[in-house]
Design a protein around this ligand. Structure first.
Ligand SMILES: [Zn+2]
Length: 427
């Protein structure tokens, strides 16, 4: 990493290039105090330590964390039913929350009053955003925290943000052109929609736009799509990895050799069955402990599978890297940026006695996901057009993603067929 690459002045350069042992030491140093804060202020954290018969003072190093169980999204949902509305996960009183975010399934998440988490900023910087860039943030500003987190992070870097949110593709194209936007923030598939629409509107991607960098996330980035977009706009595209519950957990640098783990978070790769750490290089579940005092997470299991590399990266950053997201520990599938769980589709279909069997098939004919519900009927004499209309409306409402219903002959869906069959290829 050259000095010129590190001139923003925002980050502590020494930390990103410090030896791995030293970084570990500095995280150990913060962990004890953080666990104590969580224990003192978050009922969920107190119960978690209590159930494991551990006192907060006993968690002093990253290794000590292994004595604690993993918290999952399911735990969050279940705890919220008991301790409404945050499940006891909040680490500050309500009056100290700037926002209350609403996640799918009506899960409430407290937002900190002052956003000081630098992890997304670190990621956006590594992607190539610099002071003076004009960023079009096309992530949804509605209910979710992600767009706000990135918005704050762009400010930390000295970038100007156009908060467009998602949708209105034609308007987004015009805004991008008018304002000479230099940075795109959003999903890769939405940037592809923008490119296609711009082409249809008669624009030349290189001549009429000023896009230089793109920070993408929330869905897989196929290499072919990256190449196409980078070539089309003449820009650099880098992806990030994280969740709205624990924040940024990884980002690509210019070298795009896996995803660097940002400072200020502890990421472990564990055996999903035992919760114990696996040797470096082995595959396991990504588990994170952040230092968010408003919404403290201690060993939060993301459900995503990956493996670490400790090899040095040519960019100069010494952090470990997540090499690839390999899939999920549960059967959840992400369609158009939204998680679809088998229990959600089961619940939906259970309302229809006409439906004997079903299977969800996810494909990707171009660069956008398509979800089809194959349905075998219990009674062939029903009005299929009416049923199809009802089902499709319900799917959109319950899952927040459009799905098409296709009636198939009996016997087409095997008895042991996966409930959600993902047929997408990510080349
Ligand atoms: Zn790197």
């Amino acid at each position: 990493m050259t000095t010129a690459d590190r001139t923003s002045g925002y980050f502590n350069e020494k930390r990103e290039t410090m030896p791995q042992e030293e970084r570990r030491h500095s995280l150990d140093g913060k962990l004890g105090e953080f666990v104590q804060h969580a224990y003192d202020h978050s009922r969920a954290a107190r119960e978690k330590l209590g159930a494991a018969k551990i006192k907060p003072g006993e968690i002093r190093t990253i290794d000590d964390l292994q004595r604690l169980p993993i918290t999952t999204k399911f735990d969050l949902v279940e705890m919220q039913k008991i301790n409404f509305p945050f499940g006891g996960f909040e680490g500050v009183p309500l009056a100290e929350m700037r926002r209350i975010y609403v996640l799918p399934g009506l899960i409430y998440e407290p937002g900190e009053w002052e956003y000081r988490d630098t992890r997304w900023a670190e990621a956006i910087y590594a992607c190539g955003f610099r002071p003076g860039d004009i960023a079009q943030n096309t992530f949804n500003y509605h209910m979710w925290p992600f767009a706000f987190m990135l918005d704050e992070s762009l400010k930390m870097l000295g970038c100007t943000t156009v908060p467009t949110g998602v949708g209105n593709t034609q308007m987004q194209v015009t805004i991008m052109h008018h304002l000479k936007v230099t940075g795109y923030v959003g999903t890769p598939s939405f940037l592809m929609s923008i490119a296609e629409r711009a082409g249809a509107m008669g624009f030349d991607l290189r001549k009429d736009f000023s896009l230089r960098v793109g920070f993408v996330g929330a869905e897989m980035l196929p290499e072919s799509l990256r190449v196409r977009l980078e070539g089309g706009f003449g820009m650099t595209i880098r992806q990030c990895y994280g969740t709205v519950d624990v924040g940024c957990l990884g980002y690509e640098c210019v070298e795009k050799q896996g995803m660097h783990i940002p400072d200020d978070v502890i990421v472990e790769i564990v055996d999903p069955d035992t919760g114990k750490r696996v040797p470096d290089g082995s595959t396991g579940e990504i588990v994170a402990t952040n230092f968010n005092r408003t919404f403290p997470m201690i060993r939060y299991g993301t459900g995503d599978l990956s493996f670490f590399s400790k090899e040095p990266c040519p960019c100069g950053r010494t952090s470990m890297r997540l090499m690839k997201i390999l899939g999920r520990t549960d059967q959840v599938t992400k369609v158009r940026g939204t998680f679809i769980h088998p229990w959600q589709t089961d619940e939906l279909m259970a309302k229809y006695p006409e439906v004997d069997k079903y299977q969800v098939v996810v494909t990707r004919p171009g660069y956008a996901d398509e979800m089809t519900f194959l349905v075998e009927l219990a009674d062939e004499s029903v009005d299929k057009a009416v049923l199809k209309g009802k089902l499709e409306r319900d799917i959109q409402e319950a899952l927040n993603v459009k799905g098409e219903v296709e009636f198939v002959r009996r016997g087409v869906i095997f008895d042991k067929a996966k409930k959600i069959e993902d047929k997408r290829k990510w080349e």
